[in-house]
Design a protein around this ligand. Structure first.
Ligand SMILES: Cc1cc2nc3c(=O)[nH]c(=O)nc-3n(C[C@H](O)[C@H](O)[C@H](O)COP(=O)(O)O)c2cc1C
Length: 167
């Protein structure tokens, strides 16, 4: 089994989380920065983890923003996709993790089987998030700005949960 982790990170925190996920997965992993990614990187992978931080007012991370329209040219219907997002619940309580919400909506529309969703949001204090569906997050939620002490455990638990769901 191989898992491709594709992340976008402006200040490096999302990249660190991507690396930690890779370390926690006991299988072959490939880490790709979306700034250097090609459409083929997606097409050649059946097991994919997508990670983004949120910038501006609920926007995707910049490099993801640049790549985003390419997602329309990728058929996700045979692929399993898990998501993770980074945000700041204190300063951006109305757009918390919206970048992850944007990726989720797109890959779902393109036919992906989403895994690693249904993440409990009760440990967070925010008003609104497009990454929250039916009361839980669509992927791993990390707030390293305010809850960095919880990140390692959150990553470990979530990664353990998704590891068996990939092909
Ligand atoms: C200018 C600015 C805008 C931000 N906007 C949001 C936002 O709308 N929603 C959110 O959840 N986090 C927001 N954040 C928080 C970042 O997503 C968070 O700091 C993240 O860890 C950055 O990860 P990165 O360095 O990997 O890009 C913002 C941060 C900055 C500095």
């Amino acid at each position: 089994m191989q898992v491709t982790i594709i992340f976008g990170s402006t200040g490096g925190t999302t990249e660190e989380v991507a690396q930690a996920i890779a370390e926690n997965l006991s299988c072959e992993t490939q880490l790709i920065d979306i700034a250097n990614a090609s459409i083929d990187d997606f097409k050649n992978s059946e097991n994919i983890i997508l990670g983004t931080s949120t910038w501006g007012d609920g926007d995707l991370q910049d490099d993801w923003e640049d790549f985003f329209e390419n997602l329309d040219n990728i058929d996700f219907s045979t692929k399993k996709v898990a998501l993770f997002g980074l945000g700041d619940q204190d300063s951006y309580e109305d757009t918390f993790l919206d970048g992850m919400g944007t990726l989720y909506t797109k890959v779902k529309e393109k036919g992906a089987s989403i895994i690693g969703d249904g993440v409990d949001s009760s440990g967070f204090d925010f008003e609104e998030s497009t990454a929250q569906v039916d009361g839980s997050f669509v992927g791993l939620a990390i707030d390293d700005d305010n809850q960095s002490e919880l990140s390692e455990e959150r990553i470990k638990e979530w990664t353990k949960k998704i590891a068996n769901s990939f092909n």
